[in-house]
Design a protein around this ligand. Structure first.
Ligand SMILES: *[C@@H]1O[C@H](CO)[C@@H](O)[C@H](O)[C@H]1NC(C)=O
Ligand SMILES: *[C@@H]1O[C@H](CO)[C@@H](O)[C@H](O)[C@H]1NC(C)=O
Ligand SMILES: *[C@@H]1O[C@H](CO)[C@@H](O)[C@H](O)[C@H]1NC(C)=O
Length: 205
């Protein structure tokens, strides 16, 4: 019964949407529903498809069903999240409450350091994605560099969480940093999966 009502609502809202946009060929600007479907479908190959779709669907008109562009956009989103996390860590490292425990302060310092490495690796990946050239083996080689750097970034993000492992969470910093790191790891993992998918489409003779 619930499902039926939901379905009816869905049909109704789709109809309304169609009516309101009918006769307006400029809306949506360049995105077709196909562009969005492409991102949804591509995201099915990642470990976190929902997060993948939510974080990337806004770029559908720029991606235009191009797997290379999708991978590049995913890396760009990852860079922005990792950068933000690094800034956050640098902020809370200065916070007196967090520094009250020397072990927490040390773990935070280490996490900030490995996350800085991750940011560098993600930045290198983005730079490479912007400069991709050629085809076949040559293109595969360039993409294998990106795969290596994005994997290294993922490992560095893991190292951050590991550093807090045996520390009691009196201040809540472990849960806070842990939760934020998980989110960065999810987008990193997704971006790597999209690079892998793209690399698999490159034909080698
Ligand atoms: C078409 O729709 C867009 C978005 O709602 C709106 O900004 C634009 O003015 C509309 N154009 C016309 C010709 O109605
Ligand atoms: C969507 O894409 C598919 C495959 O690229 C194509 O066959 C189909 O005609 C497209 N549909 C629309 C509505 O653009
Ligand atoms: C870091 O701190 C500055 C100054 O307090 C603040 O403006 C900024 O939003 C903070 N950044 C993050 C990521 O927490």
């Amino acid at each position: 019964m619930k499902m039926v009502r939901l379905f009816f609502l869905l049909v109704l809202s789709t109809t309304l949407l169609t009516v309101t946009t009918a006769g307006n060929n400029t809306f949506p600007p360049t995105t077709t529903s196909n562009d969005t479907d492409f991102i949804r479908t591509s995201c099915q190959t990642t470990l976190y498809p929902q997060i993948c779709f939510t974080s990337l669907s806004g770029y559908s008109s720029a991606v235009q069903q191009n797997p290379g562009r999708l991978a590049r956009v995913a890396i760009g989103v990852t860079l922005s999240k990792a950068n933000h996390m690094a800034k956050y860590l640098s902020n809370i490292s200065r916070d007196a409450d967090y520094a009250s425990s020397p072990r927490v302060a040390a773990a935070l310092h280490d996490c900030h350091s490995v996350l800085g490495d991750a940011v560098d690796e993600i930045r290198d990946s983005l730079r490479q994605m912007r400069r991709l050239s050629g085809s076949g083996e040559s293109l595969r080689f360039q993409l294998s560099n990106v795969q290596t750097w994005m994997s290294a970034a993922l490992t560095n993000e893991d190292t951050c969480t590991d550093g807090f492992e045996d520390i009691p969470d009196d201040s809540g910093v472990k849960a806070d940093v842990g939760g934020r790191t998980v989110k960065v790891k999810e987008v990193t993992s997704n971006a790597l999966a999209l690079v892998n998918s793209y690399a698999n489409t490159v034909q080698t003779p």
